[in-house]
Design a protein around this ligand. Structure first.
Ligand code: ARG
Length: 571
């Protein structure tokens, strides 16, 4: 694909003593279309030249030679040089590229040979999968897809919360009353009940607490009875989690959770001991982080047992060795900001390769608020994610019943699932991830708003257009001059930007960049569609418009799939 930014940078590098690469990074895309396709701000040259930025802009414009490039014109607006690309060049490039790559348009090789771990979802065994876990699940899956499409080898890990002293209590509770509960039907709710009950008893009766501690110790030592029970709790919980994962079509490459690292913490302690930085403090062993302005990171409790952080350190060591990662992204809510800062600091002492050390990154995200309290809740604010997803599906099912009664039941079910789930996914990924999210049924299911259903609806429209022709026109028959009206060209520019949009999303670990793009493309297509009749008598006009529709169809589907949104063929 032609890289217009590169062409611009190359021209400027000949008249200014700044590297082409640096110049390329300085080039911006103006918000206002009238300001050209690209802009080079001259503020940063003021010091270098000892001149006002506006004058520098004039100077540069006088010197620059852009004959033999795809630059149409360069204009000065204040301290900016606004650059416009030849429309014809852009149009031809987009068509050539997409016709060669089809559904692979957007795929890149920049990540070849590099490994990226995305750790996401990571719910806790025997505890509810809450709405925060839904966000990590969706953000993480999107990042996984985005890196994969850029050519990185991606490893998706669900770091299950399947370890801790509470399992000693669970075992004790199950031992006493297991028969009273039906774990098969609603395992997590049942296990929670057992847990609450045994906790009460532990408070009343010291010997029960002692027995629970003993169970945990046995579990650590691999005792068969305790391990089997733990395995049962884990399996049952996973079975419930997979009802949600299946609805969302979520997959993991590894389910190695905290328990997997329990026997790998000794090595962490040994390594830390050797650095001389592991110190005693009130009976516990800690790494002091005062120099880094943080509270200390505890490694061993006073009774000698390790904690959450220790297992995370063991995981870093293991992952560095096993996956030789270039990046390890932790998609976890912002409540754990301090935890990750601490363990990343301590990880510097583990002797892992520098690239791994630098590749550790906490991808934090905001909370979800409900607009109305109407959603099914239990225990106050815990929303049952599975119910939420089912409700989204059933609401769309009702809408389909009204809108498209002619569809078969099977078709309605199928659409309801894709659109209902798509709406929830889109809503979760629409805003920048660090912002808190508002959940409101009316907003997320609005077919005309900035929503998942709107993108899907636009896609379905492109489908119906394409169904009207038997064959796609040959590329050689498409006259790109017929696509230079305002609406068509806007669509072309967006299509051109798609590969860069994916790279930006990876750079910032921000799926919302893709969400924004999909809305922009949908809106641009809608204006194109409203302004231009597609099926017309002039064959060449029709061919060009059909081809544009085809490209939008491909890119909408491809972009949505990065977010995990499936497209219905009808709607
Ligand atoms: N299980 C934790 C929770 O639900 C999240 C785990 C995050 N990952 C990690 N490596 N610490 O809050």
């Amino acid at each position: 694909m032609k890289d217009f930014k590169e062409q611009i940078a190359e021209c400027f590098a000949k008249v200014i003593e700044i590297s082409q690469d640096e110049l390329k990074h300085m080039i911006e895309i103006p918000k206002d279309e009238k300001m050209g396709d690209y802009a080079l701000p001259c503020f940063r040259f003021a010091k270098m030249f000892g001149k006002a930025p506006g004058l520098i802009a004039e100077d540069l414009k006088g010197k620059i030679d852009f004959a033999n490039t795809d630059i149409e014109k360069i204009e000065i607006v204040g301290a900016y040089l606004n650059i416009t690309i030849k429309q014809q060049a852009l149009a031809e490039d987009v068509l050539k590229e997409i016709s060669a790559q089809n559904e692979n348009y957007g795929k890149q090789q920049i990540g070849n040979g590099k490994n990226v771990i995305v750790e996401y979802s990571s719910p806790n065994i025997a505890k509810p999968f809450h709405i925060g876990h839904l966000r990590t699940t969706l953000i993480g899956r999107a990042l996984y897809n985005i890196y994969q499409t850029l050519g990185y080898k991606t490893i998706g890990i669900n770091h299950l919360g399947d370890y801790g002293t509470q399992f000693g209590k669970m075992i004790e509770g199950y031992k006493r009353w297991g028969e009273e509960y039906n774990l098969e039907e609603n395992p997590i709710e049942q296990l929670m009940q057992i847990y609450v009950r045994i906790n009460e008893l532990c408070k009343e009766d010291e010997s029960v607490l002692e027995a629970s501690r003993e169970n945990f110790k046995k579990l650590e030592e691999g005792d068969e009875y305790c391990t089997n029970l733990w395995q049962k709790f884990r399996d049952l919980s996973l079975k419930e989690f997979y009802r949600i994962y299946d609805l969302l079509d979520i997959h993991f490459d590894s389910l190695n959770g905290e328990a997997f690292y329990a026997d790998k913490t000794d090595e962490v302690i040994e390594i830390l001991e050797k650095t001389g930085k592991l110190v005693e403090s009130e009976g516990a062993r800690i790494i002091d982080l005062e120099e880094q302005n943080m509270s200390p990171c505890m490694i061993c409790k006073s009774n000698g047992s390790t904690i959450y952080a220790t297992r995370d350190l063991a995981a870093i060591l293991y992952r560095a060795r096993t996956y030789d990662f270039d990046k390890c992204l932790y998609v976890v809510a912002y409540e754990q900001n301090l935890h990750f800062k601490q363990i990343f600091e301590v990880a510097k002492l583990l002797g892992i390769p520098e690239k791994c050390q630098k590749g550790l990154e906490h991808i934090s995200y905001g909370m979800v608020h409900l607009k109305s309290g109407k959603m099914s809740t239990r225990e106050g604010n815990v929303i049952k994610v599975e119910e939420l997803l089912q409700e989204a599906i059933s609401r769309v099912r009702t809408i389909m019943e009204e809108k498209n009664p002619e569809l078969t039941e099977e078709e309605k079910d199928n659409i309801a699932k894709k659109v209902g789930i798509g709406a929830v996914i889109y809503n979760d990924l629409a805003g920048s991830r660090i912002k808190d999210e508002i959940f409101d049924w009316d907003t997320i299911l609005n077919f005309n708003g900035e929503t998942g259903p709107y993108i899907q609806y636009t896609y379905v429209r492109t489908n119906s257009v394409l169904k009207k022709v038997n064959d796609l026109p040959e590329l050689s028959n498409v006259n790109t001059k017929l696509l230079l009206d305002e609406q068509s060209y806007k669509v072309l520019k967006l299509l051109y930007s798609y590969p860069e949009v994916i790279r930006n999303a990876a750079d910032k670990n921000e799926p919302s960049i893709i969400s924004r793009f999909l809305i922009d493309l949908s809106k641009a297509f809608s204006s194109f569609y409203n302004e231009n009749k597609i099926m017309v008598d002039e064959q060449d006009v029709q061919d060009a418009r059909i081809y544009l529709t085809y490209m939008v169809n491909l890119v909408l589907k491809n972009g949505a799939s990065l977010l995990g949104i499936n497209m219905p063929e009808k709607m």
